[in-house]
Design a protein around this ligand. Structure first.
Ligand SMILES: [Zn+2]
Length: 111
């Protein structure tokens, strides 16, 4: 195990002293990420950590990148569609008329 292990001093019961020791042992670097909405998010990383290209914006949850002028595109979210909206994609009005007539005929035959 390397001397600079992130786990060092993090065991349960290390107490308040452990907190400060841990803070001294691991150098951290704050990296600013920008989202398409202009929010800045500054997570901190251990200097030994690999900083990811994209981070979730704390303001709006969109992906954020390190280039302020060129943030990653906003994630496209599939809009919520009702059951009726899906049915309307598959069937046109003529289909609907036909199916309604069929269903009504079946109903009338039953009662
Ligand atoms: Zn944002």
């Amino acid at each position: 195990m390397a001397r600079n292990s992130a786990l060092r001093g993090s065991r349960i019961g290390s107490g308040p002293m452990g907190e400060s020791v841990r803070g001294d042992l691991i150098e951290r670097v704050a990296v600013t990420f920008w989202c398409a909405n202009g929010h800045a998010t500054r997570p901190q990383f251990a200097v030994t950590a690999v900083v990811p290209d994209v981070w979730d914006c704390q303001g709006c949850g969109q992906p954020a990148g390190q280039d302020r002028d060129n943030p990653p595109p906003a994630a496209t979210v599939e809009p919520y569609k009702t059951h009726l909206a899906y049915v309307r994609e598959r069937r046109d009005d003529a289909d609907a008329e036909f199916l309604l007539g069929e269903a009504l005929a079946k109903l009338r035959a039953t009662y």
